[in-house]
Design a protein around this ligand. Structure first.
Ligand code: ZN
Length: 131
């Protein structure tokens, strides 16, 4: 998939304070993770290079939670509490967007691929960085 076959999709948090754009195809494979935090939030991942992500609004209202290795930066809106995107441990130089936080009709999810985040090191090694 080349960048010319992708377009900028819009999304954000519940209250609208945080708004972002992500460069993505119309149809995507999303990832679901069973780690301690993703299983609670139901985060549906679209993981992209940093150049494919733009924060449009809400920079000054974002709070950040970290745990365990501290690599992942769990950014959430300090007004409504929704984590619409964050910096994932598997791609600390990129972003993971919650597909559920994209505006209605922005993408079609063709497949949901499971990532065994409960056994993160083994799952990451098995995926050979393709996460
Ligand atoms: Zn919000």
């Amino acid at each position: 998939m080349t960048e010319t076959e992708m377009s900028w999709k819009q999304g954000g948090c519940h209250c609208g304070t945080v708004r972002f754009e992500v460069l993505a195809p119309d149809e995507i494979d999303a990832k679901e993770c069973n780690c301690s935090i993703c299983r609670m939030t139901g985060f549906l991942h679209l993981i992209v290079e940093s150049k494919r992500f733009r924060l449009i609004a809400g920079d000054d209202r974002i709070a950040t939670y970290t745990f365990n290795t501290g690599t992942a930066k769990h950014h959430f809106c300090s007004v409504c509490g929704i984590k619409s995107f964050y910096v994932p441990r598997s791609k600390p130089d990129g972003f993971s967007v919650d597909v559920r936080c994209l505006d209605d009709g922005q993408v079609r999810v063709a497949n949901i691929v499971l990532f065994d985040g409960q056994h993160w090191e083994a799952a990451f090694a098995a995926a050979r960085g393709n996460v």
